[in-house]
Design a binder for this molecule. Structure first.
Ligand code: HEC
Ligand code: HEC
Ligand code: HEC
Ligand code: HEC
Length: 343
């Protein structure tokens, strides 16, 4: 009897010991690096987990540009029938761009993803019309949005990553099938969009498709009788900020001085890039994607029937400089908007 109690005790102590070791080891934080970004004492730090960072870097490698070809000889619009944008490319340059577009957007499907087999001039396939709109959108990004992207710019690959539908595109989230027992506004609904925080699950429709004020702090010191930012707006603003931080792989302090999230004169310069980025993304969604919703098939749309749109993660994918800051524009000047044919 006594021995069995002793045995029990031993087993119990061992179990507690093991549980303790398990808990302690499971709770141990991975070693993280932190970079000081502002003056000392302000806590302006960016905390990076080197293992996550290494994984993200490995997933964000820009393909090599194709070797350059001659710009001599007849131009595309002298030879082909239905060229509306890429008119002033030589036949060599035109073919090289088509091959690169295939590599960036539809490497498995090939040229026929955008062309009626045997008839390159035909317009009877929606993907060709979409691709033309996409060329215009890419040129606009590269010529008019330096305030967001500097001189780096984008190609089709920045968003598409070798897939006809960019994997990091989004559509309006219908929310939980059943109203949440906890809160009907959708809070406490787990959503990757807001980095699994308990914030409204779809700030993207509110701010990157529709234009609403992104604000938390009232604009005047004293009450004016007019209502300031509502709680709903505040929560949605934080939701969008979580999306932005998560997409760029940075902490809030990359763009804000945490002593005043509001004050622009105390914010790091990246916040200005981000301000322009928000307007840029709204323009992409409004002028280049929603505007062609009619020609897109249901398979290229979300559950509520809206087309797949762009957010910060579509290009950034966990890095503040998409594809590690590699620019392919000098190798593809026809996408830069300088050599823009009839545009
Ligand atoms: C992602 C869509 C897409 C893919 C993939 C694609 N093309 Fe195109 N192609 C276009 C668009 C858009 C145009 C029209 C360009 C313009 O209006 O300036 C075009 C036009 C052409 C034309 C001119 C036809 C004419 O007579 O007007 C040829 C030739 C052509 N493509 C060849 C190819 C070849 C070869 C491939 C595969 C290596 C290819 N394309 C892959 C979108 C695509
Ligand atoms: C800013 C990001 C972005 C860039 C840059 C971009 N695309 Fe897209 N593209 C999208 C998104 C998002 C969709 C999804 C729209 C939909 O189909 O609902 C899309 C859809 C398409 C489709 C239609 C796919 C389908 O089957 O519905 C084609 C074709 C295409 N893009 C070609 C291109 C080409 C060619 C380029 C470069 C000249 C390009 N894209 C550049 C974001 C981008
Ligand atoms: C990549 C830059 C960037 C990051 C990272 C970022 N923000 Fe912002 N934040 C902005 C910009 C830009 C605005 C202003 C948006 C506008 O007015 O269009 C803003 C606005 C805000 C506001 C509203 C201030 C006001 O005017 O009322 C708050 C609060 C805020 N951010 C909090 C955060 C928090 C918390 C985080 C981290 C989870 C964060 N931000 C991460 C760029 C960023
Ligand atoms: C069409 C692709 C694309 C989209 C979509 C996009 N970005 Fe960018 N962004 C870029 C490129 C390219 C750069 C240039 C990076 C470099 O310098 O190499 C950039 C640069 C930036 C920078 C400056 C780099 C830094 O950290 O100092 C910020 C901040 C930024 N983007 C924020 C955003 C935010 C916020 C969104 C969403 C509202 C967004 N971007 C959406 C392509 C994109």
């Amino acid at each position: 009897m006594i021995t069995s109690i002793q045995n029990c005790e031993k087993i119990f102590t061992r179990f507690i010991g093991l549980l303790f070791i398990f808990l302690v080891s499971a709770c141990e934080l991975p070693p993280v690096d932190s970079e000081q970004q502002g003056y000392r004492g302000l806590g302006m730090e960016n905390v990076v987990n080197p293992r996550t960072k290494a994984k993200v870097l490995a997933e964000n490698i820009s393909p090599d540009p194709s070797p350059p070809v001659s710009s001599e000889g007849p131009k595309a619009d002298e030879i082909y029938e239905n060229v509306k944008l890429l008119n002033d490319l030589s036949i060599g340059e035109f073919t090289r761009l088509m091959a690169s577009m295939t590599q960036w957007v539809s490497p498995e499907q090939g040229c026929n993803y955008c062309h009626v087999p045997g008839n390159f001039a035909s317009e009877d396939i929606y993907t060709k019309q979409v691709a033309r709109k996409m060329i215009e959108m890419t040129r606009k990004a590269n010529s008019a949005w330096q305030a967001h992207m500097g001189e780096t710019g984008v190609t089709c690959y920045t968003c598409h990553r070798g897939k006809p539908l960019p994997t990091a595109a989004w559509s309006t989230d219908p929310g939980p099938a059943h109203p949440s027992a906890l809160k009907s506004t959708g809070q406490n609904t787990v959503s990757a969009t807001v980095a699994y925080t308990s914030l409204p699950y779809d700030p993207l429709t509110t701010y990157l498709n529709n234009v609403n004020e992104i604000e938390v702090v009232a604009k005047t010191t004293l009450p004016t009788g007019k209502p300031g930012p509502s709680i709903v707006q505040t929560e949605a603003t934080y939701g969008l900020m979580m999306h932005i931080s998560d997409s760029l792989g940075v902490n809030c302090t990359h763009c804000h001085n945490s002593r005043s999230f509001f004050a622009w004169d105390q914010s790091p310069a990246a916040r200005t890039n981000a301000w322009h980025a928000i307007r840029h993304v709204r323009e992409i969604n409004d002028e280049y994607i929603n505007s062609i919703a009619d020609i897109l098939p249901a398979t290229s749309k979300g559950v509520l029937g809206d087309p797949l749109k762009v957010n910060c993660n579509t290009c950034h994918r966990g890095l503040n400089k998409p594809l590690q800051g590699v620019s392919m524009l000098s190798s593809y000047p026809s996408l830069s908007g300088d050599k823009s044919g009839t545009e």
